[in-house]
Design a protein around this ligand. Structure first.
Ligand code: AHG
Ligand code: MN
Ligand code: MN
Ligand code: MN
Length: 335
């Protein structure tokens, strides 16, 4: 009989994608190669983070402000460049659209029209880079529609239901990669001795309810009253516990594993909230929905939102279906 552990140790990202596709079609091969390269980006970023305190130029700010109006960390720039370097000469990706770049980065020379676009948040939770806390990268792969002659990438202004793949890398005590291509959610753990992401869990299902609620209560008085009412509800109801790390990838991974809800609501000043649709809320919504959970702006499903611009923001309520429904009940009934 085949050695089970040996077989599992050989279930790398690229093999798993082909198993999931149950075919060796061109698109299956492409997705397998794409996921393998996402894995390489994760390894390069994990390595850089693990040596942050030992090297110059890893910690701290660049002094720049990005298109989001955020102070840019050196790690934001390094991770952004990693994804570009990894996908050049890959023959797979025509464009990379990132939280850190005003416009997409084009790789026309090696990419016939109609191939793939990578949308990504190179470092999610930048505020954690100088404090050795967990943080992540978020990715989404879409098919390029048309030829984007004007370089405005208007074909990307589509809802999240047409994502070919989505997921995140969590740089924690171990480096994990979680992904979906629409056939369930699967997690991999980086084995540094092999330099491979090895399958750890297949078809992850999020509990229908969990005790965790994850939100930055520092914004309490900026929220709509209905969100404040929900927070008062969990404060006075037994069985809830607060967890908030500053990196949504960590907080949402906890919700995926243990159940519960993560919220980043809009505020009176910024009704759209802080989080970006194309490379943050839509990929995470795809993962959580594939795991049996929900993701909404509070009024519509995240995956149905059609952005008007590349860096469009949405409010986010995401996690276990019962917990998301509870938040929606406060928003919809205004109680
Ligand atoms: P990023 O570091 O990519 O800009 O994203 C940070 C996001 C998310 O990861 C986190 O949950 C949230 O911003 C934290 O924002 P607040 O500090 O406003 O809570
Ligand atoms: Mn940012
Ligand atoms: Mn982010
Ligand atoms: Mn970021």
């Amino acid at each position: 009989a085949e050695d089970k552990t040996l077989d599992r140790d050989c279930t790398t990202l690229s093999r798993h994608v082909l198993q999931q596709c149950q075919s060796f079609s061109a698109q299956a091969q492409d997705l397998s190669a794409l996921m393998n390269r996402i894995g390489l980006a994760g390894k390069l970023i994990a390595r850089h983070l693990s040596r942050a305190g030992l090297m110059e130029g890893v910690l701290g700010f660049t002094g720049e402000v990005n298109v989001q109006g955020e102070s840019v960390k050196k790690m934001d720039v390094y991770a952004n460049d990693v994804f570009i370097a990894v996908f050049k000469q890959s023959g797979l990706v025509c464009r990379l659209a990132s939280e850190e770049m005003d416009k997409p980065y084009y790789i026309p020379e090696n990419c016939p029209i109609g191939r793939y676009t990578l949308l990504y948040d190179p470092i999610d939770g930048s505020s954690n880079t100088d404090t050795n806390l967990s943080l992540g990268s978020i990715f989404s792969i879409r098919q390029q529609e048309g030829d984007d002659i004007d370089g405005k990438a208007t074909d990307l202004l589509a809802n999240g239901r047409n994502q070919l793949a989505a997921g995140y890398i969590l740089y924690g005590p171990s480096t994990m990669l979680v992904y979906t291509i629409g056939k369930g959610v699967h997690s991999f753990t980086l084995d540094p001795s092999l330099g491979e992401f090895i399958l750890t869990e297949e078809n992850i299902k999020i509990p229908n309810h969990g005790s965790v609620y994850s939100v930055n209560e520092g914004n309490f008085w900026q929220w709509e009253e209905s969100i404040r009412e929900y927070i008062r509800y969990v404060h006075r109801t037994e069985g809830y516990t607060a967890r908030y790390s500053g990196a949504m990838v960590s907080d949402i991974h906890r919700v995926l594993v243990q159940g519960g809800v993560f919220l980043y609501p809009g505020t009176i000043q910024k009704p759209e909230g802080k989080l970006r649709l194309l490379y943050e809320t839509a990929p995470l919504a795809y993962v959580i929905e594939q795991a049996g959970g929900r993701a909404t702006t509070g009024l519509v499903d995240i995956l149905d939102v059609v952005p008007k611009k590349l860096h469009q923001r949405t409010p986010l309520i995401i996690g276990s279906r019962e917990d998301v429904a509870k938040v929606e009940s406060f928003i919809q009934n205004g109680h």
